[in-house]
Design a protein around this ligand. Structure first.
Ligand code: BES
Ligand code: MN
Ligand code: ZN
Length: 481
């Protein structure tokens, strides 16, 4: 799907040949002298259309436009949230009709945040998962033209959003795949495929290399599965050789049954999404290849399954992490922190300016923040503020969580340096405190995306988050031209 931005208003849009034209009408709509404007004005006057967000009017081959279908959609005050809601509905109403070319036109000059929302919403509304269907209903949409009279002012935002969409779609694809179609080996192959892109390279370590590195915590999680673990190292070298990189670490549990501390059966299928952090790292690299910022980024993905078998790690087992710290595994279902801690130690070798890990880490984070904001933990104020701001700008929001030392109290044990389990209360924070022990050598932040990486219920599926937040943050690190 190809996005294009054109400087034109209703007059231009009305002469575009396309399968569907969506006109976004805000509450302060003022009609011009053209026919399409007059039509919009008429529908408003008659009450057939309201500018309230969520109100739509569908027209077939109206003489006022060259489009086969026209949808007039209210966007209220024209804020990002309104544009998103309007487009989710409007695109939904035309996408079944073999829609190939779509024009989305702002009836008045578009706000920057509205442009961002428009690109993301069209992508989300037209997305279709096909990989494991025998008769897939693939996306037919190939061309999306965004029309606004002030295109020049919003060009940069538009390009950023379009670059993020390519990455987020890769993230969705891999997160959505069932675990038997997204094994650690397949995930590593997906990373290797990214190395075909300019400035991207990839190295994959297997069980032998990982053992040699002493990643005892990561290996303990993988040992209950027949699928061999993979440790993926991605690099994007857009900057100079001497420029220190930012490291992203993505949790890559391709299926989490909990291990011996097994999870209940209900909704266990959703634990195929437990590699969403890893998938977001893949997506970020895809976006970087599209946006080409002059920065260096390293992506680390510890990938394995967390399963039960005669060789699975047991509650009470003590393992030695790559850092040398010993860990008592009190609950085998708290496996994310075990694979991440070794990856965080591995990150030290890059002497990074910052390390950000991304993980579907705790159910407690879902309880705390729901599906709206990801949990953000940061040991460094500047990094925390920059990530928070990036989330706001990218409309991929997060919320700062605390890291007081007192929250680490529950991780104490008589049998190792640290336990992988705190109490139930403040579980998302205890998990972050565990990770923090492995991040002393660099500024660090952690995004708990357990609530935001996918949706449950009828709309079950990956969201592609937090690719927007991460790419937006990384773009701020590039020297401005
Ligand atoms: N992958 C889960 C976290 C999760 C749970 C994400 C529900 C999304 C929805 C993680 O590995 C896990 O099982 N965490 C445990 C930790 C607990 C045993 C300390 C949890 O949250 O219950
Ligand atoms: Mn788990
Ligand atoms: Zn997990």
């Amino acid at each position: 799907m190809n996005f294009e931005l054109k400087p034109m208003g209703l007059v231009g849009a009305s002469t575009e040949k396309c399968d569907a034209l969506i006109v976004l009408v805000a509450q302060d709509f003022k009609a011009g002298k053209d026919d399409l404007s007059a039509l919009v004005a008429q529908t408003l006057k008659s009450g057939d259309l309201e500018t309230k967000t969520g109100k739509c009017l569908f027209l077939y081959r109206p003489v006022q436009a060259h489009a086969t279908r026209v949808v007039l959609a209210g966007i209220g005050s024209g804020a990002a949230r309104d544009v998103r809601a309007a487009l989710m509905a409007a695109v939904g109403s035309v996408k079944s009709s073999a829609l190939k070319k779509l024009v989305v036109c702002f009836a008045a000059p578009a706000r920057e945040d509205a442009v961002r929302a428009a690109v993301t919403a069209v992508a989300d509304a037209s997305y279709s998962y096909t990989t494991t269907k025998s008769k897939p209903e693939a996306r037919t949409l190939t061309k999306v033209l965004l029309a606004t009279s002030n295109a020049n002012e919003v060009q940069r935002t538009f390009e950023r959003a379009a670059g993020i969409v390519v990455g987020a779609e890769l993230t969705k694809e891999w997160a959505n795949r069932p675990a038997n179609h997204a094994t650690p080996t397949l995930l590593a192959q997906a990373a290797q495929a990214l190395a075909e892109l300019p400035k991207v390279s990839c190295e994959v370590l297997g069980p032998k290399e990982v053992a040699k590195l002493g990643m005892g915590a990561f290996m303990a999680v993988a040992q209950g599965s027949d699928q061999p673990l993979r440790f993926i190292v991605l690099k994007y070298n857009g900057g100079t050789k001497t420029q220190a990189p930012t490291v992203l670490v993505g949790k890559g549990i391709t299926f989490d049954c909990g291990g011996i501390s097994i999870k209940p059966a209900a909704e266990m299928d959703e634990m195929k999404f437990d590699m969403s952090g890893a998938a977001s790292v893949l997506g970020v690299f895809r976006s970087l290849a599209a946006l080409k910022p002059a920065i260096n980024v390293v992506g680390l993905i510890p990938a394995c399954e967390n399963l039960v078998s005669g060789s699975a790690v047991k509650p009470g087992d003590v393992v030695t992490s790559m850092s040398g710290q010993t860990i008592e595994i009190l609950n085998t279902d708290a496996e994310g922190r075990l694979v991440l801690c070794d990856a965080l130690t591995y990150a030290e070798r890059f002497k990074p300016t910052a390390v950000v890990d991304i993980a579907t880490l705790t159910g407690a984070c879902v309880i705390a923040l729901g599906g709206v904001r990801s949990g953000l933990f940061a040991s460094n104020e500047d990094l925390g503020m920059a990530l928070f701001a990036a989330g706001e700008a990218a409309q991929d929001v997060c919320w700062r969580m605390p890291l007081d030392e007192e929250y680490a109290e529950g991780l104490k044990t008589n049998f190792a340096d640290v336990a992988n389990l705190g109490g139930r209360a403040g579980g998302a924070i205890a998990a972050a405190k565990f990770l923090q022990r492995f991040t002393e050598k660099f500024p660090w932040a952690h995004l708990d995306i357990a609530g935001t990486a996918w949706k449950s219920g009828a709309a079950k599926g990956a969201t592609g988050r937090p690719v927007g937040l991460l790419v937006e943050y990384l773009m701020t690190l590039a020297p401005t031209k």
